[in-house]
Design a protein around this ligand. Sequence first.
Ligand code: NAP
Length: 346
Amino acid sequence: MAQDKNVEKVIIVGSGPAGWTAAIYTARANLQPLVFAGRPKTVPTTILPGGQLMMTTEVENYPGFPHGVTGPVMMSYFEQQAVRFGTRIVTDKGLNPDVSNPDDGHSYAYQDCKRVDLSRKPFVVVGEDDKEYTAHTVIIATGATANWLGLKNEMRLAQSGGGVSACAVCDGALPVFRDKVVGVVGGGDSAVEEATYLTKFAAKVYMIHRRDQLRASKIMAERAKSNHKIEFLWNKGVVDVLGDNMITGVKLKDTVTGKESEQPLGGLFMAIGHTPATAFLNGQLELDAKKYIKLKDPYRSTTSVDGVFAAGDCVDSVYRQAVTAAGMGCKAALDAERWLAVQGVE
Ligand code: NAP
């Protein structure tokens, strides 16, 4: 393949554990990756730079941090490691920001990827400032955003570590929830799984569901119903989250009678589904029914377009863990590196 110096070898879209890990591996393979890290607009509806971990307080299940680490600090470590080996990040002030001190407030803004053109080679990736970049390979690692109810106090307490979370597996074991009465919103498999998990630590778990029937599979539903620590609040919608610095309860509205009530709680976990950040692909990669990117081979990172790889929560509706996303980012980097070698791009 003729080598054009203006064509990037690899562009990575996304900056969660999958994106940064892909960057670390491709940078160490001397491919000088270019990263579109994304930009927060109105949380929680868009891709966050750093991904879902930017909404997480303590991360205690990522190997290598025996004393835990906060999500934002962990993501800044990932980023610094990627930059150390030559990763460039697209910002409004150029490609090489100083990421060594994330606490001093960045004087630049990361760029979102606005759109891609995967129909021609080299591929085209367009930033939000309409600047076009071309690349031989693209790794999509844009993640999936947990769905929230969109209540003002829900978001305030979620962002300040006030006992509201969208991931029980990530946060449920934190001391702040031990022996508390907590709530899980939702009636699907995730809600049941999270409620069951929480019973290991919490004194009691209320499953708050807007209907009188679970969506979860029968076996999961039976498991929850037979767990003496789980109690169901059927036909209830959460209309407000109560508490100043820490959640004290929720205001509920009966979806049948309209009657309002309050339920004291020491923690609240949203389990009302996730939305993969794949809309910007505009149908150019094959997606599954739930809009997650379909992999050509489940053990690899190959997608329906040759030379485009995908990793992390944008392909994974099942595990959704930082460590699984990072592992997939590694696979995508190795797949991209091998693909480039086969194409003769050095
Ligand atoms: P899901 O199946 O889409 O369930 C979402 C739940 O949230 C539903 O009960 C829904 O209520 C409720 N909900 C949605 N929007 C809401 C709102 N605005 N207010 C209140 N409630 C709302 O999502 P999921 O549970 O995350 O599961 C996603 C996929 O992963 C599913 O295919 C699931 O089977 C799979 N999964 C499997 C396992 C397992 O097998 N171990 C574990 C986790 C997930 P309605 O029921 O009224 O629509």
